[in-house]
Design a protein around this ligand. Structure first.
Ligand code: FNR
Length: 183
């Protein structure tokens, strides 16, 4: 089976980010047919339409990585019931200029992670709303609201417990099927 490249966009810049830990667990648990890699967004300057036709190098490097991917996985916290600004900024940069929308038509999925009980539901939905405009066909089911993350990590603080591992593996199996259908 052909290997597909999946760019993971993590919506937190925090060093000890739970979302980054979960993203790394997705990488560990991925099926052989999927090559998952985090595409960093921390060096992106704020989107500004004035410079989109003469973009800074950080935007170009980032967009080249998106262009190289077959699919996208967003792993993000919720900030104030919606998606973090850094992630929204990364979405804008990826989408512009209009004829160079790096997201266009490629399959996507979203998982939100929170220490709270609701699992980033608001961010998860907001990312899906933006994905309509970005033209990313998003996997609808299963939905991944990974709440109370502190209770789902093992003592090492890095790996997820068995139940969460099973949930994430099933999520990846469905995503693999979604990607193979659309690419
Ligand atoms: C939060 N947090 C948060 N959590 C949540 O479940 N819903 C929310 O609306 C918010 N809002 C929010 C706003 C801001 C500005 C911050 C800094 C935090 C808490 C958040 O889930 C927590 O800090 C996570 O640990 C952030 O994810 P990472 O950085 O661990 O991946």
């Amino acid at each position: 089976m052909e290997t597909k490249k999946v760019a993971i966009i993590v919506g937190s810049l925090r060093k000890e980010s739970f979302n980054r830990k979960v993203a790394n667990e997705f990488i560990r648990l991925a099926p052989k047919s999927l090559k998952l890699e985090i595409v960093e967004i921390k060096d992106l300057t704020f989107f500004n339409e004035d410079v989109e036709n003469n973009p800074p190098q950080s935007w170009t490097d980032y967009k080249n990585k998106l262009d190289d991917a077959d699919a996208f996985l967003f792993v993000s916290p919720e900030y104030n019931r919606t998606l973090p600004g850094v992630l929204k900024n990364a979405m804008e940069i990826g989408a512009r200029p209009p004829k160079q929308n790096s997201w266009k038509g490629k399959p996507g999925a979203v998982a939100t992670v929170s220490p709270g009980a609701i699992g980033g539901l608001g961010a998860n939905q907001a990312i899906r709303v933006a994905a309509v405009s970005l033209n990313i066909p998003m996997m609808q089911q299963p939905e991944a609201y990974i709440g109370q993350i502190k209770d789902k990590l093992m003592e090492d603080g890095v790996t997820v417990n068995e139940k969460t591992e099973k949930f994430m593996t099933d999520f990846l199996t469905a995503f693999e099927k979604w990607i193979m259908q659309l690419t």
